[in-house]
Design a binder for this molecule. Structure first.
Ligand code: MG
Length: 376
């Protein structure tokens, strides 16, 4: 690996794993984390979960899997440029969405509503829960036994109530300190990835068009650059050339602004990073452009009537499933029935959160399609 800056996370300054294990023979601790994540069941399911579009609507749209790979790619570029731990950012990026419900934000909001009297549902916390306990594949422990720093990066947000229950890992949400630079990078790389791929997928789906997008300064400026270079360009090539430039501009801006902040704060080590104000950031100008872009996507894509029709159904599926299992936990598969003995609503939330889009649709049909009565 490239030479790391003094404020990077390393195998040496890592706070380690809950269950101590021998050091990996040929890998870093964070490569091992990444490998465990890639081999997990939850990771494979990301292929069939979505953010904005429902999975089977088109083979060309992003899934949570391709999204996570895009986040990892952007975060690694930034990490290498800033001389921090590339293996760690890769592990965090690949794991950051593991706890997401089926049907993206709609599914998550619905599950949170279902769970409001039972401790709520937070997708970041669910990602942590997935790697800490729900994955059951190792002989010596539940979960993947990841390092503190990977787990810290996965837990991007957390309510004070849950932070208190998490002890050391939740402490920073209570005393308002920062996570590692690697975690901060992943957080913003996630934003770069989804804003740009939502534009790309939004255009591909036909729900938004180029004329509308010209109202967004950041987009139209990059379109103008592309047309200046390739006057005859159009269609998918124009969109891709524009999107790749936007991602590049965002990543470069982030690197530049972060370098500026690092040279001012001059952190001597990890402890200084944690106590400093956020060090990984976009410039104020880029922040403003980002806000404009997000507002556009919100108004024109996420609130598009065809998207709302879909998310409305998604919400109904999640709510119906939760209600049916809460009324009669004997309808749960045996493994979740056992978990329900300890905490029924939480076991149901774990079961639903683990579903892919298509599994949730089928499960809803099995439970509610009264015209189809047979063993299911
Ligand atoms: Mg994400």
């Amino acid at each position: 690996m490239h030479e790391l800056a003094p404020y990077a996370v390393t195998d040496q300054n890592s706070e380690g794993r809950v269950h101590p294990e021998p050091r990996p023979a040929a890998r870093s601790e964070f490569q091992r984390d990444r490998d465990r994540i890639i081999h997990s069941t939850a990771f494979r399911r990301l292929e069939y979960k979505t953010q904005v579009f429902v999975n089977h609507e088109g083979d060309l749209f992003r899934t949570r899997l391709t999204h996570s790979i895009e986040v990892a790619q952007i975060a690694r570029t930034i990490a290498r440029a800033l001389r921090v731990n590339e293996d760690l950012v890769e592990a965090i990026a690949l794991a950051h969405d593991l706890g997401h419900t089926p049907f993206g934000h709609a599914g998550q909001d619905a599950l949170n509503t279902c769970m409001k009297d039972y401790g709520g549902f937070e997708h970041n916390l669910q990602s942590l829960r997935t790697v800490d306990s729900l994955e059951q594949r190792y002989g010596g422990f539940d979960g993947l036994n990841l390092t503190f720093e990977t787990r810290e990066g996965i837990l991007k947000h957390c309510s004070p109530h849950h932070a208190r229950e998490l002890g050391h890992l939740g402490q920073r949400f209570l005393d308002r300190t920062r996570p590692s630079l690697e975690a901060q990078i992943c957080n913003l790389a996630d934003e770069v990835a989804y804003n740009n791929h939502d534009i790309d997928d939004g255009l591909r789906s036909g729900l938004i068009d180029l004329d509308q997008l010209h109202a967004v300064g950041f987009f139209s400026r990059h379109v103008a650059t592309v047309r200046g270079e390739y006057p005859a360009i159009s269609g998918r090539r124009l969109i891709h050339e524009t999107v790749r430039r936007m991602i590049n501009s965002l990543a470069l801006d982030l690197i530049e602004e972060t370098r500026r902040r690092l040279s001012t704060a001059n952190p001597g080590g990890l402890a200084d990073v944690r106590s400093a104000p956020p060090l990984v950031a976009f410039s104020p100008t880029m922040n403003e452009e980002g806000r404009e872009l997000k507002a556009f996507l919100h108004a024109n894509l996420y609130q598009h009537y065809q998207v709302l029709r879909m998310t409305n159904k998604a919400r109904r599926i999640v709510t119906d499933l939760f209600g049916a299992f809460l009324d009669d936990p004997r309808l749960l598969p045996p493994q979740y029935q056992r978990m329900a003995e300890a905490d029924r609503p939480r076991a149901i939330a774990d079961y639903i959160a683990g579903m892919t889009d298509r599994y949730a649709i089928r499960e809803h049909r099995r439970l509610f399609a009264v015209g189809e009565i047979w063993l299911a």
